[in-house]
Design a protein around this ligand. Structure first.
Ligand code: IPE
Ligand code: MG
Length: 221
């Protein structure tokens, strides 16, 4: 989700105004995903690198995330949405962490869309923490021939399928330390639309582009 700051600036407003509008896009995309029967959707809400933004913006974003999550609880329950937050959560405030724990526990049994919010996440951090755990496993089992699954099961995304499609908004064409390991065969769609303008129509267009791709996974068809 990129382009909130630019969206606000184009309107002569503070960056935070773009973040508020961006929450509406998350809701629109989430509701479309429910309606269209998409099983998993994830949002890269805040990266490990984003901690380096000015303190005021970071705290506003954290508050916004906490309040939006609590506000959406009824919506999650009503639409059978399982809500999951993944990332280096040790860096979050205790209050936000406990709100997240409660939201995840309450929606854990829901069977519809799984909605994942990546918070304080980076792909390299994820691979490192998984590699560390895998190394511990190897100490107990030194002759084991290491396979990709040995690392995958220690990633924070363990049990969640790798993404079929990545959509990046706002004209940037880079991965910015998102799901590096998990995106080995992901299709990328880049759009100039700024995140606060990315609603149902833009989402549908991205899905249509995805549907036109020929996925071969390195093989020949
Ligand atoms: C994306 O919008 C939201 C977050 C990273 C939290 P930006 O804040 O990156 O907006 P731009 O890129 O400055 O326009
Ligand atoms: Mg940005």
């Amino acid at each position: 989700m990129d382009g909130n700051g630019r969206w606000a600036r184009e309107r002569g407003k503070e960056r935070v105004y773009g973040h508020f509008e961006g929450v509406e896009s998350v809701r629109a995309v989430m509701e479309a995903a429910v309606e269209w029967g998409i099983p998993y959707i994830s949002f890269f809400a805040f990266s490990e690198e984003n901690w380096g933004r000015p303190e005021a913006e970071v705290s506003t974003l954290m508050e916004l995330m906490g309040s939006a999550m609590l506000r959406e609880m009824d919506n999650f329950m009503q639409h059978d949405i399982r809500f999951i937050v993944l990332g280096n959560l040790s860096r979050l405030s205790e209050k936000l962490r406990s709100d997240i724990d409660r939201a995840m526990a309450k929606t854990a049994g829901n069977k519809g869309l799984t909605m994942i919010l990546f918070l304080s996440y980076s792909g390299q951090w994820d691979i490192l923490q998984a590699a560390e755990k895998m190394a511990h496993d190897l100490i107990d089992n030194p002759g084991h021939e290491v396979r990709p699954e040995d690392l995958s099961r220690h990633l924070v995304t363990a049990g969640i399928p790798d993404p079929d499609l990545l959509i990046r908004t706002s004209g940037e064409q880079r991965i910015s330390n998102y799901l590096l390991w998990q995106m080995a065969y992901t299709e990328f769609v880049f759009t100039d639309t700024l995140w606060p303008d990315f609603r149902r129509e833009a989402f549908l267009q991205a899905l249509q582009e995805y549907a036109s791709r020929d996925r071969r996974f390195g093989k020949i068809k």
